[in-house]
Design a protein around this ligand. Structure first.
Ligand code: SF4
Ligand code: F3S
Length: 106
């Protein structure tokens, strides 16, 4: 499956959800995740993310491997999102900032 990684946090552009043919994106307060049991590896979402936060499971950036388990865990708890919505007003300020993982709201 594909995995949403750290740079989505507080950017949350949601362009990704529009292209997913199986509606497997789940939305939390400031982060999105992919349900690994539903993702069919179609690859469509990866180029849609303006923050380049989506990677195939086998190609998750070094140091972000824990996001694989995090996507599996949080997709069970959060509702499906299928329509794009406005990103946070300060999304650009957070794009590329390190150390965002501790800011995930649940
Ligand atoms: Fe959805 Fe395809 Fe992305 Fe998987 S790879 S989350 S199926 S758009
Ligand atoms: Fe996040 Fe990128 Fe989607 S920032 S909400 S993974 S478009």
């Amino acid at each position: 499956p594909f995995v949403v990684t750290e740079n989505c946090i507080k950017c949350k552009y949601t362009d990704c959800v529009e292209v997913c043919p199986v509606d497997c994106f789940h939305e939390g307060p400031n982060f999105l995740v992919i349900d690994p049991e539903e993702c069919i590896d179609c690859t469509l979402c990866e180029p849609e993310c303006p923050a380049n936060a989506i990677f195939p499971e086998d190609d998750v950036p070094a140091g972000q491997e824990d996001f694989i388990a995090l996507n599996a865990e949080l997709s069970k708890a959060w509702p499906v999102l299928t329509e794009r919505k406005d990103a946070p007003a300060d999304a650009k300020d957070w794009d590329g900032k390190p150390g965002k993982r501790d800011l995930i709201e649940r």
